[in-house]
Design a protein around this ligand. Structure first.
Ligand code: Q9C
Ligand code: ZN
Length: 669
């Protein structure tokens, strides 16, 4: 199952023919530099190349009016003067004799991508297109956009393939008002957009881009706007919104297809966005969406005007679609106050529509809007760019590091004689355990060691760990006699390295052993139905859920709202995922967990399972090999109140140590 890349050089063949400061950034080079970067990084060659095609009139009419299409259709025959005049009826857009042709190719590219994914020819893909689409409306061009490529693709997928729910994630820095208008009363299309807003002072300056525009009629709750009221948003601001808003809602919505309005003007260096997120954030945003809809994800280029950060961001996105592990994001700081305020407003506005947000801090609506107006009054606005301060475009940032995929994706340690699933390497080692390790094990597991099979798989396990450390193997799974014993061995070994950090995720109850120390070398999150001792430290987080891991919505709440923020902030170099004995975890969420955790530690995830409880070896290995986790049941039940409370209690206790857990603004927290 591959990754599609749709591109046609023809879409570079139009440009601005007169002087217009608002439009001068939308240049053909945006596409050429992006494509060349994909070639240079060897990514183009790894994709399945899909030809663009022109969209038919019927397809364009899925979203646009006949009058508008007829108007655009005449532009190839217009004189320069006529083109200028035609352009004047719209905002921040230009026409060119070849733009109609390119706009048909841009729509057609999105549809080709959609076809390739829906028919199973590929798993996912990206279309590099010009002109972009998300600002164009039923009867109007806008913001460099002529036809609404992604909106048309959503209607097309519903009509041609009977897709019941489409999620559109618009991470472009502008509000795709065209997409919003198209689907605002339609509950089958969930539109999410974050955008530079500055209390309506930023283009397109629409009141309806604010967080309180949640959709209309049947579509109420299916339009999610996150207004950024300051520039300079960073990785942690973007991630917070994913953890505490988009992902929980997206899992509850359970889309059958994910479309991304993939604009990269939200990256650092962009003259329009003036944000500070690094290009490698897009690897993580992409990864976090890749286990929805059974992996069916189509990214379609929108904006992105810095000719350095744009191609870097495009490469990060495509490389993640191809299955390479995202690089680690170091020094994620706290989300900023303004971002948290926005997040809180959106969560409050949507809590009546999504059961995952029911716990969202219950500000009465009047409070929220009073606050909104107050802060819109101009106090606390961003400071003007001083003379010695660099403009957004002159900012410098390091080039994202090379992403090297180990030669082996997944290796297994299985009890004697069992054959590994296809595609996995089997590891068996006859080497002896290190004497020190044996001593250590004797201290803790005296009696169990009398059983001669107890140590059987440990030498192989240690070989696997060493190969993962050397980056010869990306991830692995070991079926062992005792998971607690194996856990101790692994942590003992990796803990010898000076600044190692292991994220330990234990699913199910039981003692996690003495490793759960506070020296920072491990961060342990244990999810179970057992109410264990009251913890106080910051490196051991027991999550007590009523049905343990048997309830999908409670589990997802813990995974998205707690484990992801903790993991991203901790930034481990290894993830140890342990299925404790008798964990009773339901299959769907387990695979989501295995899938999502691969975004940490450059994909170095080691799964431990107890002998005799290895029913899930096959599905786990498949997810470790890169297959998307299957979608969860729909509809997802509301989480149990006890579970919501348990997660919330932990979140509020830990948020001072782990700031990515925050989801409300200071003044109201
Ligand atoms: N400072 C897309 O990103 N406004 N369109 C320009 C000049 C128009 C952006 C104002 C921005 C349109 C697809
Ligand atoms: Zn944009």
């Amino acid at each position: 199952m591959g990754t599609a890349l749709v591109y046609d050089e023809e879409m570079t063949k139009y440009k601005l023919l007169w002087v217009d400061p608002a439009c001068k950034i939308e240049v053909p080079e945006r596409l050429t530099v992006s494509y060349e970067a994909l070639v240079k990084n060897g990514l183009c060659q790894r994709c399945v190349s899909i030809p663009a095609r022109e969209a038919t009139e019927a397809e364009i009419l899925l979203v646009h009016s006949e009058e508008y299409l007829e108007g655009v259709k005449k532009t190839p025959y217009m004189t320069l003067e006529d083109l200028k005049e035609f352009t004047l009826q719209y905002g921040d857009v230009y026409f060119h004799p070849n733009i109609y042709h390119c706009a048909k190719l841009a729509v057609g590219s999105a549809l080709q991508l959609c076809d390739s994914v829906m028919t199973g020819k590929v798993r996912n893909g990206m279309a590099l297109v010009r002109p972009p689409g998300h600002h164009s409306m039923r009867s109007a061009a806008s913001g460099f956009c002529v036809f609404n490529n992604v909106a048309i693709a959503a209607r097309y997928a519903k009509q041609k393939y009977g897709v019941k729910r489409v999620l559109i994630v618009d991470w472009d820095v502008h509000h795709g008002q065209g997409v919003q208008y198209c689907f605002e009363d339609d509950p089958s299309v969930l539109y999410f957009s974050w955008h530079r807003y500055e209390h309506q002072k930023f283009w397109p300056n629409l009141r309806e881009s604010d967080y309180d525009n949640v959709g209309k009629e049947d579509g109420a709750g299916f339009n999610i706007n996150v207004p950024w009221n300051k520039v300079g948003m960073k990785n942690s601001d973007y991630l917070s919104v994913f953890f505490h808003l988009l992902l929980p809602v997206a899992y509850e919505f359970c889309p059958e297809l994910v479309l991304v309005c993939a604009g990269f003007d939200s990256a650092i260096g962009d003259p329009e966005g003036e944000m500070c997120a690094s290009p490698d954030i897009f690897a993580h945003l992409t990864h976090l969406l890749m286990n929805l809809a059974g992996g069916k994800l189509c990214a379609v280029l929108e904006g992105g005007y810095n000719l350095t950060s744009l191609p870097q961001s495009v490469c990060q996105t495509v490389q993640t679609l191809l299955g390479d592990p995202p690089t680690r994001l170091s020094d994620l700081g706290a989300p900023c106050e303004s971002a948290l305020e926005s997040l809180q407003c959106v969560r409050s506005a949507h809590r009546q529509y999504w059961s995952c947000l029911r716990q969202a801090a219950g500000l009465p609506d009047s409070h929220v809007s009073a606050k909104r107006i107050r802060s819109a009054g101009g106090e606390g606005e961003r400071t003007e760019v001083g003379e010695e301060e660099k403009s957004a475009e002159e900012q410098a940032w390091p080039e994202p590091p090379q992403r090297v995929s180990p030669p082996v994706r997944c290796a297994l340690v299985l009890p004697g004689g069992e054959a590994p699933p296809d595609g996995c390497e089997q590891i068996s080692s006859r080497e002896e355990l290190h004497p020190l390790m044996l001593t250590k094990l004797r201290e803790h597991f005296q009696s169990e060691l009398d059983n001669c099979s107890a140590l059987a798989s440990l030498p192989s396990l240690m070989t696997l760990v060493e190969k993962m450390e050397k980056n010869e193997i990306r991830n692995g799974l070991a079926v062992v006699h005792s998971v607690t014993m194996a856990m101790m061995c692994v942590l003992q070994h990796v803990g010898d390295a000076p600044s190692s950090r292991t994220l330990v995720v234990c699913v199910g109850g039981g003692s996690v052993g003495s490793h759960a120390r506070e020296d920072g070398k491990t961060l342990t999150v244990q999810i179970s139905s057992e109410d264990t001792e009251k913890p106080t430290g910051k490196f051991y987080v027991p999550v007590h859920l009523k049905k343990g891991c048997g309830d999908a919505s409670g589990f997802m709440q813990a995974l998205l709202g707690l484990l992801l923020p903790l993991g991203y902030q901790y930034n481990p170099d290894l993830v140890l995922l342990v299925q404790m004995p008798n964990a009773g975890v339901c299959g769907g969420v387990w695979q989501q967990l295995v899938g999502v955790l691969q975004g940490f530690a450059q994909g170095h995830v080691l799964v431990l399972m107890q002998e005799g409880e290895q029913a899930r070896v096959g599905p786990t290995a498949s997810t470790l090999l890169g297959d998307p986790a299957p979608p969860l049941e729909h509809p997802l039940q509301a989480p149990l109140p006890e579970d919501v409370e348990a997660v919330e209690t932990l979140r509020s206790r830990l948020q001072s140590d782990w700031s990515l857990l925050q989801n409300t603004g200071e003044s109201t927290a």
